[in-house]
Design a protein around this ligand. Structure first.
Ligand code: ADP
Ligand code: MG
Length: 641
């Protein structure tokens, strides 16, 4: 069985833990979901901004190329076939506009002017999709295109070098057997150069290699994410993929270098590169988890050749989530500690008085009746304490009374048995000589009568002798009664009538002393007992009662049938002097008397007879108030005894 205190404390803690845990789980879930959802939504819109920036770049190159193609000097020089002039004009534009490539072909796609590498001309560019498109549509176009290393090498060796990279191992990337990439990705625009009649004379194309050119991605980072940094890491990142490799990015490796050559996670690969769908959810990027958005980049023919990506580092949000968890957890923990303290205090204030009470009750049960508990509160517990104290007091009072009575009974029976034996012996010895003396007294009386010498005095002395001897034998008879030496004559009798007769015998004394007698007799079953012996019992008790009441008194007699115990109870109560405590233990002893003319045999005889009838007698007395004798007799209906 657990203690009440443990139960209270455990209940408190359970409540707090459940509430705390629920609040934590719900709070964290709600906040987490909201934070994450918002972050992810933001990344979705960030991708739109990134696309705008990317398309802006494409358009600006397209515009440069288109406007250059429409310039008078270019047209004029081409019509006049002034290659030197074309070279200088185009070179100036490329320089001013900061283009990697700006090349002019004739209307069959054959290179006339290659501003990046003027020495190399005459090669055909008609395999270029953009050039083909411009030739057929006669208007300007721009897009991202994959440019082979061979084509790049025609322009310049450093473009080949910028495009080239080895694949870097990336966790979660799609396995591949390729280890390097030599082609590059270029934002390329092409526009027709037409004569005044609208006939296409040539095609001007130009562009910028995206590989290791960070203009677009850094612009996205600066404008969209405002370059925010968290724990030394860029929060917002942007990347352009060529196929599945990062060729321009501000995602960094652990060595804090731009993660060029690292590869796309396999699941994103399948969705974006294979299925052509955007990916807007979390993804593993190089080394960390990001909220991400990917969408395919297509070339002029609509083929997917790369990916535009923006991503928001999860760290900040995960930390926010973790902080929220901790916040809720610490509230819960503080709650638990407070609840523990409170429960401990409360439990103590309940259990301490209870424990004291239990201890007191234990000691009380072991017989230490002096137990009381301190009542500290006016609540139910205090009430229990008060009730306990009250109970202890009344039990102690009753116990004190009972103790006195039972002690007397025990004391008496031991002592009286001894005195009884002694008395019986003495009585036997005295009985015969007494009988002899009385016989001789009678004889002498008769003799002197016959002799005629009976004179007054002599006769008087003899009569006195006879009377005193009679008294002696009376004493002896009483002694024998007390010592149970006389056999009772048993018959079925009604105890009520025994008492009534005893009262009749003592009536003269009652009337003389003007004692008020109150009788309260209940119907009693007949019992097997000695009528005259019981009569003697009640007479002795009644006479003693009358003796004790010097002035007007009140004598009450009552009988009861205690059915469950099958006992007759006779209560004789007087309003007499009461019996002082020091003489109370002696009243049943033979020859003990406090009266001038008393024999001290009355109660000893009462005791002997009651004991012989297997009954009990008890006394309850208060000095100055009165005395009550309680006689209990078993309801003995059996002749065989
Ligand atoms: N009802 C009583 N009230 C007061 N004292 C009593 C009463 N009954 C008995 N006693 C005391 O007990 C003593 C013994 O009584 P008992 O044996 O009848 O002898 P006796 O009556 O001859 O004195 C009495 O002397 C008296 O002191
Ligand atoms: Mg008496």
């Amino acid at each position: 069985m657990k203690s009440l205190r443990t139960k209270i404390i455990v209940s408190f803690v359970i409540i707090v833990v459940i509430t705390g845990a629920t609040a934590t789980v719900v709070g964290v879930h709600l906040i987490g979901e909201r934070i994450i959802k918002q972050a992810q939504e933001k990344v979705g819109t960030d991708l739109n901004s990134a696309r705008e920036i990317y398309l802006n770049e494409v358009n600006s190159i397209k515009t440069i190329v288109r406007l250059t193609a429409e310039r008078f000097y270019i047209k004029d020089s081409l019509i006049k076939n002034d290659i030197v002039k074309l070279n200088s004009e185009i070179a100036a534009v490329r320089q001013n506009e900061n283009l990697d490539v700006l090349t002019l072909t004739d209307n069959a796609g054959r290179v006339i002017v290659r501003s990046r590498n003027p020495a190399l001309t005459g090669d055909s560019q008609d395999q270029c999709a953009l050039v083909q498109k411009v030739l057929s549509e006669k208007t300007a176009f721009a897009s991202a295109e994959i440019i082979s290393a061979k084509e790049l090498s025609k322009e310049s060796a450093d473009l080949v070098e910028r495009a080239y990279f080895k694949f870097v191992y990336t966790p979660r990337a799609k396995p591949t057997e390729k280890t390097e990439e030599t082609a590059g990705m270029m934002i390329k625009a092409a526009a027709p150069v037409a004569d005044y009649n609208g006939n296409v004379l040539g095609i001007l194309y130009g562009g910028n290699l995206i590989n290791r050119n960070y203009k677009i991605v850094d612009k996205v980072k600066e404008t969209v994410f405002r370059g925010q940094v968290y724990n030394g890491k860029e929060i917002g990142t942007a990347t352009i993929f060529q196929n599945d490799h990062r060729i321009s990015t501000n995602v960094h490796t652990r060595e804090n270098e731009r993660a060029i050559g690292t590869r796309l996670a396999a699941d994103v690969y399948d969705r974006v590169l294979v299925q052509g769908q955007p990916w807007i959810e979390r993804a593993f990027v190089v080394n960390d988890w990001y909220f991400t958005a990917y969408e395919p980049i297509k070339n002029i023919n609509g083929r997917i050749i790369g990916i535009l990506y923006v991503g928001l580092l999860e760290d900040k949000f995960i930390d926010m989530e973790r902080e929220t968890v901790w916040f809720f957890l610490s509230i819960t923990i503080i709650g638990i500690i407070t609840a523990l303290g409170l429960a401990y205090f409360l439990a103590n204030s309940i259990t301490r008085p209870l424990r004291n009470l239990a201890q007191a009750a234990h000691k009380f049960a072991e017989g230490d009746l002096g137990q009381k508990v301190a009542v500290e509160s006016g609540d139910e517990i205090g009430e229990v304490g008060n009730a306990f104290n009250l109970m202890v007091t009344s039990i102690k009072e009753r116990d004190d009374k009972l103790k006195q009575q039972t002690q007397q009974v025990v004391f008496r029976s031991d002592r009286l048995a001894m005195i009884g034996q002694l008395a019986a012996g003495v009585a036997h010895e005295i009985n015969n000589p007494l009988a002899g003396i009385r016989t001789y007294v009678k004889l002498i009386n008769k003799e002197i009568g016959e002799m005629g010498i009976a004179d007054g005095d002599f006769q008087k002395y003899l009569n006195l002798m006879d009377r005193e001897t009679l008294r002696c034998s009376e004493v002896v008879r009483n002694l024998l009664n007390f010592a149970r030496q006389t056999e009772p004559r048993l018959q079925m009798i009604d105890v009520n009538s025994v008492i009534k007769e005893a009262l009749a015998f003592t009536e003269h004394q009652v009337i003389l002393q003007d004692i008020k007698v109150e009788k309260n007799f209940s119907p009693l079953p007949q019992i097997l007992a000695d009528f005259s012996q019981l009569q003697q019992v009640f007479m002795n008790i009644i006479i003693n009662a009358c003796d004790a009441m010097t002035t007007k008194g009140h004598l009450s007699l009552s009988t009861h049938w205690l059915k469950t115990a099958d006992l007759l109870e006779i209560i004789i109560q007087d309003t007499g002097s009461g019996i002082p405590a020091d003489i109370l233990p002696h009243i049943f002893e033979p020859f003990f008397t406090t009266k001038k003319k008393g024999t001290g045999l009355g109660l000893s005889v009462v005791y002997g007879i009651i004991t012989q009838h297997k009954g009990t007698i008890a006394v309850d007395t208060t000095v100055g108030v009165g005395t009550t004798f309680v006689v209990k007799l078993p309801v003995n209906r059996d002749k065989a005894d």
